[in-house]
Design a protein around this ligand. Structure first.
Ligand code: GAL
Length: 425
């Protein structure tokens, strides 16, 4: 692939020689190369709409540079991350890749796979433009490693209003018990799977939301820093609550990705789905408007965040092109265009909010006033190996009979993963 790209660069090189590059890392690379491979898992629906908006800004802002999509579908990057790691190991890197801000960056930094972007941050106008907490999570060893494009909220429940109304459920449940009571009511009224759920990582999201309700935001966050124990009664009580809720989900959950679980909601086969707020953009792409949303019951003001960001590979075939992509992502215009379509909110605090939905404006206010908690399923709290271990444990639990022995096994697998992978960043 590298040689194909280099050959192509040579062919088009002469044509673009006269085009002044708006961007560049200031390094001694082939800044006239045109193709820029951007590796993501955003293949369709609201995710692709967000990516397309960014591509359109890139085309305007980076004349002579041509976006090439390195896309590997699969929610939360389950497939993409494997392909990316194989390519990085085989020395066949894309120019830039999508990665979550936070702990998910650590292994890439350790392996020397991504470039230090500290000096570009100031030349791209990012200094002072991002919330301090977010800057902290992308700072490792005092350096900055990725450009955040937007912030999503994970702990949101989405509804099918008609299904709920038919059971007389007209308000959002306030507590976990109210939520479980509503799930029971829906089932008694003939909705076999009141809560739509998908495979492992979506199950981890559900467990994380239950943990936030049962432990509170501070102790929940402590699970990933070592301040809160995974062993003991508090986490066990949350696993008991999780198992109760799991009982109200679709039996084929392990074989569904999030858009397939979303289909159950749209088709009225479920009344609720817990999913990050990229769901809103996807519901819009599916022309479904009969929904509402609320923060997971009992989560209070907790805003479980994750940030989509982009990193530049050290072996990028076209580093100047990759840098121009990142500069587009960093710009207020790029952030507005991307987030308006993707359903997230800009990472920059000064990006325009033109075209944002009421939900996004509310999310933006909640992001400022809420209590930020990180997500393991989406890399802000956990490194990649830790996330893989947590996904394996929760997937095994889903396939089990959820007996007391299975619950104990889930808890000890989660505790073992924390012990093995916890790092002082
Ligand atoms: C998250 C990602 C979101 C969305 C979601 C579902 O990990 O940050 O942007 O794409 O996965 O695929």
């Amino acid at each position: 692939m590298r040689s194909t790209r280099r050959a192509l660069a040579a062919v088009v090189g002469a044509a673009v020689l006269l085009v002044a590059s708006a961007c560049g890392t200031g390094e001694d690379d082939d800044s006239t190369a045109s193709k820029v491979e951007v590796f993501t898992w955003w293949a369709e629906g609201g995710e692709k709409a967000g990516l397309d908006a960014l591509v359109s800004r890139f085309t305007t802002a980076c004349p002579g540079k041509e976006f090439t999509s390195g896309v590997v579908p699969g929610g939360a990057g389950v497939n993409a991350k494997q392909v990316l790691n194989a390519r990085l190991q085989q020395n066949d890197p894309p120019d830039v890749f999508q990665v979550h801000a936070g702990a998910e960056l650590l292994d890439h930094i350790d392996a020397g796979q991504i470039k230090d972007l500290t000096s570009e941050f100031s030349s791209w106008g990012l200094t002072g433009a991002l919330p301090e907490g977010l800057v902290e999570t992308i700072t490792v060893n005092g350096r900055l490693w990725s450009v955040p494009a937007g912030v999503h909220r994970a702990n949101v429940v989405w509804t099918n209003d008609q299904v709920l109304a038919e059971s007389g459920i007209l308000t959002a449940p306030k507590t976990l018990d109210d939520f479980i009571a509503n799930l029971g009511k829906l089932r008694r009224d003939g909705i076999e799977s009141p809560l739509a759920l998908g495979r492992d990582w979506t199950q981890l999201m559900l467990l994380e939301s239950v943990l936030i309700s049962d432990l509170g935001p501070k102790k929940f966050t402590g699970l990933f820093t070592g301040a809160t124990k995974w062993e003991g009664k508090a986490v066990r009580a949350a696993i008991d609550d999780y198992a109760k809720i799991l009982d109200f989900t679709n039996a084929d959950r392990d074989s569904l990705d999030w858009p397939e679980a979303e289909r159950l909601l749209i088709d009225g086969k479920a009344g609720y789905q817990l999913m990050g707020d990229w769901l809103a953009a996807d519901l819009a792409a599916n022309n479904f408007s009969g929904y509402d949303s609320f923060t997971f019951p009992g989560n209070g003001k907790a805003f479980q965040w994750l940030a989509d960001s982009f990193a530049l590979t050290t072996g990028a075939p076209n580093p100047a092109g990759g840098a121009c992509w990142l500069q587009t992502v960093a710009s207020p215009e790029g952030q507005q265009a991307f987030n308006a379509e993707k359903g997230s909110i800009p990472a920059r605090t000064d990006a325009p909010t033109t075209g944002f939905s009421d939900y996004q404006l509310k999310a933006s206010a909640d992001w400022k006033s809420g209590v930020a908690v990180p997500s393991c399923a989406h890399g802000s709290a956990c490194s990649q190996p830790w996330q893989n271990a947590a996904n394996a444990a929760i997937g095994a639990f889903s396939a089990s009979g959820a007996t007391a022995i299975d619950k104990a096994a889930l808890q000890s697998a989660l505790a073992a993963a924390a012990k093995q992978f916890i790092r002082q960043a």
